[in-house]
Ligand binder design. Structure first.
Ligand SMILES: *[C@@H]1O[C@H](CO)[C@@H](O)[C@H](O)[C@H]1NC(C)=O
Ligand SMILES: *[C@@H]1O[C@H](CO)[C@@H](O)[C@H](O)[C@H]1NC(C)=O
Ligand SMILES: *[C@@H]1O[C@H](CO)[C@@H](O)[C@H](O)[C@H]1NC(C)=O
Ligand SMILES: *[C@@H]1O[C@H](CO)[C@@H](O)[C@H](O)[C@H]1NC(C)=O
Ligand SMILES: *[C@@H]1O[C@H](CO)[C@@H](O)[C@H](O)[C@H]1NC(C)=O
Ligand SMILES: *[C@@H]1O[C@H](CO)[C@@H](O)[C@H](O)[C@H]1NC(C)=O
Ligand SMILES: *[C@@H]1O[C@H](CO)[C@@H](O)[C@H](O)[C@H]1NC(C)=O
Length: 822
């Protein structure tokens, strides 16, 4: 009995010693932790020791797991690549401050930490955070740790860990998946901060990128809309010359959460639910199929609500349409129109997106968005830009090549990106932009103020000498709380008088409806066109104001550009860019020059006018009806690009209005739509009619008005319609164009022309449709009978002959005005 008691005492003592030793979180040098012994953190939340991942395995690993959670959950493994196959492993700390696992039988080191610094009385300690550290005994400053397991994570990202790169210490902390649930060795997947370009976190399977969390945008990673401020943890992203890391901290220690990279390559956050004793999935990095990296290829965009999910960014089309139709999107999309680099390119804004892969991007944290745009425009390789930090609305992020891995989210989950497009593509954006535009439409009042300011400044400056200043109109745009500047330079009367040699006849280009037009050469050699409004005409003032109002804000490569205005006493002048090639009608209706207008040029002109008109109707900030579209109002720049001019009769409509009524019908016979001529109703569709007439004139080289045919009494429209009906539309083509035309383009132009001149406005296509029809192979509808297709002989016809000053002739000879009785 006595012996038994002694034995009991002995066992008890051993047991107690064993227990107390585990309660200490610290390991000192030459203290051995053998298999079966465990170490607890001070708060006993974490435990470490040797373990076997599952019953199917006999491998022994040294690791750390949660002590208070009923489901054994390993958060870190030391010897994950070098398991022991029996219980002969020992963990020990040497005097140099290196932790090592030794196979006790063979006395071989199977795993060890490396210490780069000299240790002074080192200890290893399991902290309450689950971090196993080595430090000098008297120094518990986190910055002085000799080593820490948090710098070498496995598949688990714990609160307080820094996830990313420390350039100073040469550390790179990233997750690697386990091979399988019972094998902690390094699996196929890796989720790692990629420091190239602007940093982002890429998840790879082997070397192939499978998922991109996206770049940090100030609030979250661009591709992780679920990463939102919450009551469970706070997070931050730090990026400077010394380090790049992401980190999260618990708000309250009562919640247990961890993030892992699963064996299937899923990034998942779990939260421990004590009540049901389970890890519940809180959020997953990958949401759906659209999160597969680059699913839609370069310049593609993935929208999970679309079917199929892949589409092209606007301005782009599938590279291989056949593949695309078979749901093979990997080759992505290509530009419909090449960038021009030198100038004319612009940007289309796309909101609610995950921004593309930033590995080959450039950024600047201090630039603002306007500077960013400029930098992008200056670099021919730049394809897109965005705000770097959407929280502080600052910084600039620029992409230089293919845009890969864009997806769309709900508006509030995404951010905006500005994609570079050729000017021609920006024109055809059409409808998609309209919604935004309607909100942005500035009050007409503020534009009217412009003229007032013109006058005011003129008075102030009256005593001053020559020179040009500019006036800046600040306009508060309530819709987006953004101030916009529009600048209309004010020219000095004397400067203009000098430029035009005191308005001498040799500088006169022509006589417009409201006064003469002069060519001018400014002191710096710049050529200008000066439209001088008649002094005493009351009508002139209205038209002048109107033109200033309309055109001051318009900017499009197919519209003539207003450079400024000039007001002096009774004088009111508008200063335009000078167009060396004068107007379209001096070419197409001129026996000599007609031949130089080959088909490709004519087609370019047709498309250009269509785009200019589309801009007026839909894309400009005011919805503008030109009301006097005709060959003499289409000017040609030095490259023979068409520029719509003469906005004297133009009217702007508010917001969504598409038609209005006037009692003063003004315009030009031959181009005016029936409903406008007869009822005074003008709309975008009456401009479409004029456009249709213009197209048929350009194709045929004949004027609608004054058209004569031996066999019938029809005008050009009627003639074209008749030919079309009989399948002989090619006879309409200008005889100087034989053999040098593209048949498909000619047929398309004639059919589009006829669709535009249909009698009823509702039958006519809108300009978006026209631009689309001209620019693609979509099947065209059959046109119905045109309006006004028989020539009506009127007395005015006498003055019909080609104007001597066609390029600026506006209303005197060709335009008519009368009051419509109602
Ligand atoms: C234990 O592992 C060693 C290699 O570390 C191996 O050679 C040996 O066969 C294994 N023994 C058992 C019983 O699995
Ligand atoms: C444990 O395995 C090692 C090889 O990994 C071997 O050398 C050693 O003898 C084994 N010990 C026991 C107790 O089986
Ligand atoms: C710890 O293990 C080493 C190597 O296995 C051995 O040499 C040493 O004596 C052990 N120390 C203690 C205190 O057990
Ligand atoms: C320790 O450092 C040596 C040489 O610097 C290196 O070969 C070894 O792989 C390192 N070991 C660990 C566990 O990092
Ligand atoms: C760090 O050490 C000091 C004294 O050496 C001690 O008072 C303090 O509680 C220690 N802090 C931690 C977090 O261990
Ligand atoms: C970033 O932009 C600021 C302001 O435009 C400029 O001063 C700075 O030099 C730029 N930095 C780089 C690296 O280009
Ligand atoms: C644009 O890219 C080409 C080819 O990658 C390169 O040669 C050229 O220097 C780049 N230009 C600029 C302005 O970066």
């Amino acid at each position: 009995m006595h012996h038994r008691f002694l034995l009991f005492l002995f066992v008890f003592t051993i047991f107690t010693i064993f227990q107390t030793s585990t309660a200490i979180s610290i390991i000192t040098p030459n203290q051995n932790i053998t298999d079966g012994q465990t170490i607890l953190s001070d708060d006993e939340f974490f435990k470490m020791g040797f373990f076997t991942p599952s019953s199917s395995s006999t491998n022994r690993y040294f690791g750390i797991w949660y002590n208070k959670i009923s489901v054994t959950t390993i958060v870190w493994v030391a010897n994950r690549q070098t398991p022991l196959n029996n219980t002969s492993g020992v963990l020990t700390l040497n005097d140099q401050g290196e932790l090592m696992i030794i196979n006790d039988r063979t006395n071989t080191v199977i795993w060890s930490t490396n210490s780069s610094q000299n240790a002074n009385n080192p200890v290893a300690q399991l902290l309450d955070t689950g971090n196993l550290i080595i430090r000098n005994r008297n120094d518990n400053d986190t910055r002085d740790y000799l080593w820490q397991s948090f710098d070498y994570p496995g598949d688990t990202f714990l609160p307080g860990m820094k996830y990313g790169i420390d350039f100073v210490k040469g550390l790179d902390r990233y997750l690697t998946s386990w091979k399988s649930v019972d094998d902690p060795s390094i699996g196929e997947y890796m989720n790692r901060v990629d420091p190239n370009g602007y940093p982002q976190i890429l998840m790879r399977k082997g070397s192939v990128v499978e998922f991109n969390s996206g770049s940090w945008n100030g609030l979250r990673f661009s591709g992780m809309p679920n990463l939102k401020p919450n009551g469970i943890y706070t997070f931050e992203f730090v990026f400077n010359e010394k380090e790049i890391y992401y980190k999260y901290e618990l708000v309250s220690n009562s919640v247990v959460t961890r993030m892992i990279l699963s064996t299937e390559g899923m990034i998942q956050r779990f939260i421990w639910i004590e009540r049901t004793s389970e890890w519940r999935l809180y959020v997953s990095g990958q949401l759906d199929n659209c999160d597969r990296y680059g699913l839609c290829g370069p310049f593609g965009i993935c929208n999970i609500n679309d079917s199929p999910a892949c589409g092209c960014l606007s301005g782009f089309e599938p590279r291989f349409p056949e593949e695309w139709r078979r749901a093979d999107w990997s080759n992505g999309c290509v530009r419909r129109a090449e960038l021009s680099c030198g100038g004319g390119d612009g940007f289309v804004k796309r909101t609610g997106v995950k921004v593309p892969d930033t590995r080959r991007s450039w950024f600047n944290v201090s630039m603002n968005l306007e500077e960013c745009e400029k930098v992008c425009l200056r670099n021919c390789n730049c394809t897109a830009y965005a705000t770097l930090n959407i929280k502080s609305r600052s910084g600039c992020l620029i992409w230089f090549d293919d845009l890969v891995d864009i997806r769309s989210y709900a508006e509030e989950d995404g951010q905006e990106i500005f994609v570079r497009l050729a000017a021609s593509e920006l024109d055809r954006k059409g409808k998609t932009k309209r919604k935004v535009r309607v909100i942005l439409i500035p009050t007409l009042v503020s534009v009217t103020v412009l003229l007032g300011i013109c006058l005011l400044i003129y008075r102030k400056r009256k005593q001053k000498k020559n020179g040009i200043t500019s006036i800046v109109i600040r306009e508060n745009n309530v819709a987006n709380e953004k101030k916009e500047d529009s600048e209309l330079p004010l020219f000095d009367f004397n400067a203009i008088a000098n430029a035009t040699n005191n308005f001498s006849d040799e500088f006169k280009l022509g006589e417009g409806g409201f006064g003469p037009v002069y060519k001018g050469i400014l002191e710096d050699g710049k050529e200008i066109a000066v439209k001088r409004h008649s002094r005493k005409s009351k009508q002139g003032l209205d038209e002048f104001q109107n033109e200033v109002k309309c055109i001051a804000k318009l900017q499009h490569r197919n519209l003539v550009k207003l450079l400024g205005c000039c007001i002096d006493e009774e004088e009111r002048m508008l200063i335009y860019e000078y167009m060396p090639n004068k107007s379209l009608n001096s070419f197409i209706f001129d026996e000599g020059k007609r031949k130089s207008m080959e088909w490709s040029k004519r087609y370019t002109i047709i498309v250009g006018i269509a785009r200019g008109l589309l801009y007026l109707h839909q894309d400009s900030r005011l919805r503008i009806i030109h009301r006097d579209l005709k060959a003499s109002n289409i000017l040609l720049d030095k490259d023979m690009n068409p520029r719509i001019s003469d906005f004297g009769l133009a009217r702007s409509l508010e917001g969504s209005d598409t038609k209005a009524n006037t009692r003063r019908v003004m315009g030009t016979y031959g181009y005016m739509a029936p409903e406008y001529t007869i009822d005074g109703i003008y709309s975008t569709k009456s401009d479409v009619f004029s456009f249709g007439v213009l197209v048929l004139e350009i194709v045929s080289g004949k004027k609608n008005r004054g058209f004569r045919h031996a066999n019938h009494d029809l005008n050009l429209l009627g003639h074209a319609w008749r030919l079309y009906k009989n399948g002989k539309q090619l006879e309409l083509l200008d005889s100087t164009l034989k053999y040098t035309y593209m048949l498909s383009e000619v047929n398309r132009s004639i059919q589009v022309g006829l669709l535009c001149v249909q009698k009823y406005p509702e039958d006519r296509p809108d300009m978006t449709m026209v631009v689309l029809m001209l620019g693609s192979d979509i099947p065209l509808p059959e046109p119905k009978q045109p309006g006004f297709y028989t020539e009506r002989r009127r007395p005015q016809e006498a003055g019909e002959s080609s104007s001597s000053n066609p390029e600026w002739s506006s209303s005197n000879q060709l335009s008519v005005t009368y009051l419509q009785p109602r």
